[in-house]
Design a protein around this ligand. Sequence first.
Ligand SMILES: *[C@@H]1O[C@H](CO)[C@@H](O)[C@H](O)[C@H]1NC(C)=O
Length: 257
Amino acid sequence: MIGTLLGAYLSILSAAFAAPTAEPCTRDFLKTQAAKYVAAQVAGTLGELATSSVTYTQDFKPATLGTGLLAKPLKIDFNRSTYDTTQCATYTEVIAASSTPPYVLGTQMRFTDGVLSKMETIATTTGDWLFNPSGTLKYSQQEAWTEIPEDKRDTRAVIQAAGDAYLDLFNDKTVKVPWGNPCARLEGGSYIQPSCNVGVPSGLKMTNRRYVVDEVLGTVDIFFTFGGQEPDSHQFRVENGKLRYVHTLTVMKSKST
Ligand SMILES: *[C@@H]1O[C@H](CO)[C@@H](O)[C@H](O)[C@H]1NC(C)=O
């Protein structure tokens, strides 16, 4: 008797406290959010993107949305976003080559229950590693980052592992990287092709990695700390399990600007 009552009581409790069914995070939702972000950066106001209480970092340092880079209107020449419906996150590359100063930005956004909860921006500008915004613009916009046909898509694990292998190579020359042939690396504004396996230094650990993976576009963007020092983004486009494009953004901590 007591057991039955207790059971009934518990089942009422658990019904009352059951988590509301989480909205599935759709690609369309993420596309809308990324477009809002680009619009906010053009306008220099948050607009519909978020309230200013979101956790926000700029070059991996805590910052305030209402007074940081997002509050500065930018003329944007090119932007490209990727969408991670599993983690409910986006990554956007923004090229503002003709603004003063010029910027190339990488932004990761993360959503919880349909609301922006975390936003991180890496802002490269004059003085950063190989910064050349007209080069970035020229090469980035000529690349085809089209949706990969369903039967040719790699899994999240394969895509992420390709990016991780590339970053692990900096510290371990025995790592097998799935190099594509051709492969092109847009490093700052320099274009290195047809092999990406050149000029990779050694003895450097790439730590604190945060990922945005998009199986439809075959991409992973990784934010990490380069050699324990510089805020960095490496974005990889993977085709048939192999690296096709690499885009890098590295903020030089020593820059004087
Ligand atoms: C951002 O990219 C989208 C998709 O290519 C494009 O439609 C939009 O006009 C771009 N926005 C700006 C401000 O350039």
